[in-house]
Write a protein that binds this ligand. Structure first.
Ligand code: ATP
Ligand code: MG
Length: 384
């Protein structure tokens, strides 16, 4: 085996007393992410190392690591023994297809190595130049750096590239949230954003079978699974919303449909959150994006919540949300054209600025508690 992956973490450095705990969480999450690969995992000062894996799986392992929150960056390195000739030979090989400018940066933890870092960098740099006419040295702002890390263990790591990873905080370090997930673009992104900040997630989805199809439900399962890759798994609670929608449709003014639905969703999501140990609700709302996301609409649904409602996308433009959904791999699924429960009984003129008092009067036409109990008595839970 002649490759190693170096993994660096980020913000944990800031966490004072809790640092040990956070590091342990990150370590466990990383081990869980790569559990299906035959490899060894080791902690060294300020880094983790993955070794002894089949090179064939390098990209797959990197892909798994890219979904572990708290990891800042990773580099795939060549390994040779601490021997200047072997180092030169490998450094030349690493640079043989490159062009542009470079410099060599050497760290010598092995103080028994018979050359100083500056001399190693100079010597290796000269040899690389001699072997590849497309390269020039630029020590101020090179196109790439040949890093040579001579370790006390007797191994030298050589690498040129650092891949930026997810960043954020280790999953589990910021409690647990209940993600309200629809089949749209926004809510999976909202889940990812909170996962990145270290929240464990459960998800809740409201569907209106038979008004909405089995395919619409499958789409949400698929999306939830994608979000779950960033939290080491996720449970999806699927709630039937049909009766509630029919009752609102039957008893309330048409334009209140969405406003009242939102309040029911929030109440039910919160009940499930409490039952499963989640401490906050997460939505994909973005201020002003649609009628149901004006500050008045948000006031109306927010007023039934008694736990924090986190809206990580509140100030994001759609175009920026789309960019993230493409990056995290949910976009293609999100744009599949299956109906959402919000499109059932859609009013011609939904309230854009609902008045909370009037909303509550309208809601009194319904047996709210009974409808909520009915919905909660029939929740399907899928472990993804
Ligand atoms: P998204 O792209 O996430 O569907 P959206 O732009 O379509 O959002 P809305 O339909 O107003 O916006 O929904 C706002 C938020 O309400 C969603 O981001 C989601 O958190 C929640 N939500 C909407 N529909 C559902 C549903 N069927 N089940 C669970 N949560 C939902
Ligand atoms: Mg939607």
């Amino acid at each position: 085996m002649n490759k190693v992956i170096i993994i660096r973490w980020g913000e944990i450095h800031l966490k004072g007393k809790n640092r040990g705990l956070f590091e342990k969480m990150l370590e466990n999450n990383l081990k869980h992410a790569i559990k299906d690969f035959d490899c060894t995992f080791k902690k060294i000062s300020g880094r983790y190392l993955i070794k002894d894996f089949s090179e064939f799986y390098t990209e797959d392992i990197l892909n798994k690591i890219s979904k572990v929150s708290g990891v800042h960056s990773a580099s795939v390195c060549e390994i040779v023994k601490n021997d200047i000739d072997l180092i030169i030979e490998k450094a030349k090989e690493v640079c043989k297809d490159r062009s542009g400018t470079f410099k060599v940066d050497t760290k010598r933890a092995d103080k028994t190595f018979p050359m100083l870092s500056v001399d190693i960098s100079r010597k290796v740099g000269g040899e690389i130049l001699g072997s590849n006419k497309n390269l020039k040295v630029d020590v101020i702002s090179p196109d790439f750096i040949v890093n040579i890390d001579i370790r006390e263990s007797g191994e030298t790591f050589i690498f040129t590239d650092t891949v930026m990873m997810m960043g954020g905080m280790p999953s589990g370090s910021s409690g647990k949230g209940m993600l309200m997930i629809s089949g749209g673009i926004d809510s999976p992104v909202a889940g990812y954003m909170m996962a990145k900040r270290g929240m464990k997630l459960d998800a809740v989805h409201f569907h209106s079978y038979p008004y909405t199809s089995e395919q619409a439900k499958e789409k949400v399962i698929e999306l939830t699974k994608s979000v779950g890759e960033y939290t080491g798994g996720i449970k999806l609670h699927i709630v039937s919303f049909t009766e509630i929608q029919e009752e609102i449709h039957k008893n309330c003014k048409e334009e209140y449909m969405i406003t009242l639905m939102r309040r029911f969703m929030m109440k039910i999501a919160e009940k499930i959150a409490r039952n499963t140990g989640a401490q906050a609700i997460i939505t994909g709302e973005s201020l002003g994006q649609v009628a149901s996301q004006t500050i008045e609409s948000i006031t109306s649904s927010n007023s039934v919540a008694t736990m924090p409602v986190l809206r990580p996308l509140i100030a994001f433009d759609k175009i920026d949300i789309i960019k993230i959904s493409e990056k995290i791999g949910t976009y293609e699924t999100s744009i599949l054209p299956y109906e959402d429960c919000c499109t059932v009984f859609l009013p011609k003129h939904p309230l854009i600025k609902p008045n909370l008092k009037k909303v509550m009067i309208e809601e009194e036409r319904l047996n709210v508690e009974e409808l909520i109990l009915n919905a909660l008595s029939n929740v399907e839970v899928i472990d993804l």
